[in-house]
Structure formats: structure tokens, C-alpha cells
Design a protein around this ligand. Structure first.
Ligand code: SF4
Ligand code: SF4
Ligand code: SF4
Length: 447
């Protein structure tokens, strides 16, 4: 079990206790023991405190960290701001040893010493680098199949890179890897790396702050995301509270916002009520409704397909360019269709009609080292399409003809006669139709 000191910061307990609850639940589920230490102050916040007096900023940060060092622990925080403050202070005090000495002289009056060797960890960093996406995914009881989820990292989780050094500061992927491992379809979007604008609100620039937030929410809405995932309370405040303000002003905007720990708690089987999702200002009901529907889709997929084989085939993709249909029709993408099925989008697949382009040539099966092939998947999808009265008109018409006549085409008697051939024997269509019309239990009795 991993043990940390936890630094909640001031924003989460004061404004978003439901995020604290979900994060506690998440730590518990993932086997982390978090210790809460007495005596912490605000981290402190960078813009407001550092701009007033850098000495106070570094002393307060060093004092908070010294308390953690005194307990012999590392520190984990669910707040980008606290993470950034501590990382920046650590980096600065490492090279500015004279300042560090002055601060330590002060701290010694309180029986504290800042050595700077402890690890400062953001909870997303622990999830990604400490546990790994695969471990997190293995505990998910109700994955996010078919859900379109976007991630907002927030500037201070990544930058300034010399102090933070976690994910790529301009092209991060680690939080998305966690969300994807939980089964979601991660949505990339143009404004992903744009700041939430929260800092502008803190210095009285509310209109500009809202403009930042609005630009991003519009982008997300255009990308039809089911939820935006954040890892910072300031970002949450922007996208939830300020979005709610925009909604009250009749702006046509609705993007449910979830904290990463809330998302994990939900997929681990905790109810929305238990973690207080009703305390969000922007309703997450549309997300929950679709997610629940997707869970029934999952059952449907398992009833109709071998999910493990489908997953293997989707991840392999080796023969996708060998399909003869793909060579002449670039719109036919068999691997993508299998991905859609895995995400629970069976109805869309059936509706879209691309499945009928698979000519069941079995090239993929012959080429497949595992003997999987995709033809059987497409055949099953075609069955589901017919049952749902979807697909080309010719298919039910031909079946009707077969059931009525036992053939898919009447012999052209005149042409046959001209060629000197006699009539064919009578078709067995009636007998076939009688067989299929017999009740099920008659067949069983005959076995
Ligand atoms: S970064 Fe923000 S939430 Fe974290 S302790 Fe500082 S002011 Fe509070
Ligand atoms: S069976 Fe279907 S998917 Fe496979 S190669 Fe043939 S046409 Fe393509
Ligand atoms: S059919 Fe076989 S080779 Fe082709 S993508 Fe699937 S698993 Fe890979």
C-alpha cells in the first residue's frame, strides 16, 4: 500500500467537498493510504501571494513541505495550483541555496526544516506513473464504453516544464491514457491546450475569463463530447460554475464536467449519490443516462460477440489494408467498425450500412495468424441489422422469395427450351417452407 501525506489545498474542501469525497473514495479503492497533517496553510496561490512578496510565497511553500518531511512522507495533491506551487518552490529553492538558508533559519523557530528531498506528486501523476493505466482499468466494474470524453489538463499540471517535468508540456497524453483505459473514446479537440481562463477571474477580468471558458466549451460541444474531465479545482470552477452562469444567461451550452477522481469512482461502482454528483452546477444527467444505456449495450455485445476476440482483432489491425474491398472503396474501414462495436455503437453500425460492403471473401481470415478474421463479425452484424429491419431492400426480398419458392430465381424456361433443355424437376421450396413452419418442439421430439 502506498502512503502519502495528502494536501487538499483550500479550494477543494471549501468549494467542492464532493471532489474531496470522490478523491478519498478513489484513493481507498486503489490502495493508497493518505495522511492528513495538521498545520498546513494555503500552498500558497501563485498569482496573489507571489506577486505581493516572493519571500512569503517561498517561505509558506517550504513550511508546508517541511511539515510533510517531518512526517517522513511524500505529498500528493488533487490540485494543479498546489502542485505547481510546490514544484516551483522546490525547483527555486534547490538552486537559490542562500534563500533556502534564510527560510530554514525562520522555520527552525517553529521546529521545522526544509530539506527539499520529498516527492511532490499530483494525483493524476500517481495514477499514471505510480499505478499505470492498465492497473486502473483492471478495477473498473462499469467501463465507459462508447462514451466520448475530452480531457482538459490545465496549465499548472504541465508547466513550467523545468520545474514540473511530468508529461509533455504542449502535447500531453497521460491523463487521456487513463480515461481511454477506462473504456472511453477520448476526443481530441483544437482548444485542448488552451488555458481555462480562471486566473483572469481572480484579477477582476471576468469577461475575458468567460471568453476563454466559452471558446473551449463551444469547441467541446461541436465535438459532441459527453463529458469534459479535469484535474484541477480552478479549472472545474471555470467549466462548471461559470458554465452554469452562462446557461442562466440563456447561452446554448451544455458540457458536463467531471473530476478525474469522480470518473474513476463511478467506473469502480460508486453511485452518483454517494459522491455527490448532484452538487455540480451543470447537470451530469445526460452523461449518466448515456453511460447507463451503454452498459446495457455492453451486455448486448457480450450476447452476440466474442468480446475478447473482437478486442484482439481491433488492437491488431494487421490485415486492414489487405481487405479487397478497402482497396477499391476507401470508405470501408472494417477495423473501425469493429472498434465501434466494441464501444457499444451497434445501432449506429447497423444504421450506417457499411457492414454490407464486406463480401465475406474470408481474405482476412486466411491472412490472420490467429485465425480470427472479420467476416463472421460482419455476418453477425448483418443478422442484427435484418432483425432490426435495416439494410438493403434486396436482402429481405430475396429471403422472402427463397422461403416462398425455395430458389432465388425462377428458371428461364423459354431460353432453356431454345437451348434444347427440358424443364428442371420441381423445386423443394414447399417442403422447405413446411419444415421451417413446424413448431420448435416437433424438431426436439424428433431428436
Ligand atoms: S493552489 Fe489554489 S487550491 Fe491549492 S492551496 Fe493554493 S490557493 Fe488553494
Ligand atoms: S471477409 Fe470482409 S472484411 Fe474480410 S477481407 Fe473479405 S471483405 Fe474484407
Ligand atoms: S483478422 Fe486477424 S490479422 Fe486481421 S486484424 Fe483481425 S486479428 Fe489482425
Amino acid at each position: 500500500m502506498k502512503e502519502f501525506a495528502v494536501f487538499w489545498g483550500c479550494t477543494i474542501p471549501a468549494r467542492f467537498p464532493f471532489i474531496e469525497k470522490a478523491t478519498r473514495v478513489m484513493f481507498d479503492d486503489l490502495g493508497a493510504q493518505v495522511h492528513e497533517l495538521a498545520g498546513h496553510t494555503c500552498c500558497p496561490e501563485g498569482t496573489l501571494v507571489k506577486a505581493n512578496d516572493p519571500d512569503t510565497f517561498y517561505t509558506a511553500a517550504a513550511r508546508n513541505l517541511a511539515l510533510v518531511e517531518q512526517a517522513g512522507l511524500d505529498v500528493v495533491t488533487p490540485c494543479n495550483g498546489c502542485y505547481s506551487t510546490f514544484k516551483e518552490a522546490q525547483s527555486h529553492l534547490k538552486t537559490h541555496w542562500r534563500e533556502r538558508d534564510v527560510i530554514n533559519e525562520r522555520l527552525e523557530r517553529e521546529g521545522l526544516h526544509y530539506g527539499g528531498d520529498l516527492q511532490v506528486i499530483h494525483f493524476a501523476e500517481w495514477l499514471s506513473d505510480g499505478l499505470g493505466a492498465g492497473v486502473i482499468a483492471s478495477g473498473a466494474k462499469k467501463p465507459l464504453w462508447g462514451m466520448r470524453i475530452a480531457v482538459h489538463y490545465g496549465c499548472h499540471l504541465l508547466r513550467p516544464q523545468p520545474a514540473v517535468r511530468w508529461d509533455d508540456p504542449l502535447h500531453p497524453t497521460k491523463v487521456e491514457a487513463i480515461v481511454s483505459a477506462l473504456g472511453a473514446n477520448v476526443v481530441d479537440y483544437t482548444t485542448k491546450m488552451q488555458c481555462c481562463g480562471g486566473a483572469l477571474d481572480r484579477v477582476g477580468e471576468r469577461d475575458s475569463s468567460l471568453a476563454f471558458c466559452r471558446r473551449k466549451l463551444n469547441d467541446l460541444q461541436n465535438n459532441q463530447v459527453d463529458a469534459l474531465v479535469v484535474v484541477c479545482p480552478s479549472c472545474f470552477q471555470q467549466f462548471d460554475l461559470n458554465q452554469a452562469a452562462m446557461q442562466r444567461a440563456n447561452e446554448n451550452i451544455h458540457v458536463p464536467v467531471l473530476y478525474l477522481s469522480e470518473l474513476i469512482a463511478l467506473t469502480y461502482g460508486h453511485t452518483p449519490e454517494e459522491i455527490g454528483l448532484d452538487m455540480h452546477r451543470v447537470s451530469v444527467d445526460s452523461f449518466l443516462k448515456k453511460w447507463n444505456a451503454r452498459a446495457s449495450d455492453k451486455k448486448r455485445i457480450a450476447q452476440n460477440f466474442d468480446v475478447a476476440l473482437l478486442g484482439k482483432c481491433f488492437n491488431c489491425s494487421a490485415c486492414k489494408d489487405d481487405c479487397p474491398v478497402c482497396k477499391v472503396d476507401t470508405t470501408f474501414k472494417p477495423t473501425e467498425i469493429i472498434g465501434q462495436v466494441l464501444r457499444g455503437e451497434i445501432d449506429q453500425v447497423i444504421e450506417d450500412g457499411q457492414i454490407w460492403k464486406c463480401v465475406e471473401c474470408y481474405t482476412c481470415q486466411e491472412l490472420c495468424h490467429s485465425g480470427i478474421g472479420m467476416a463472421e463479425t460482419f455476418r453477425k452484424l448483418k443478422e442484427l441489422a435484418i432483425a432490426a429491419s435495416k439494410g438493403p431492400e434486396s436482402v429481405p426480398q430475396s429471403y422472402k422469395m427463397f422461403m416462398e419458392t425455395g430458389t432465388l430465381g425462377k428458371p428461364r424456361e423459354s431460353a432453356r427450351k431454345k437451348l434444347g433443355m427440358g424443364p428442371l424437376p420441381a423445386s423443394g421450396g414447399d417442403a422447405m417452407a413446411r419444415l421451417m413452419a413446424e413448431p420448435e418442439d416437433t424438431h426436439k421430439g424428433a431428436e
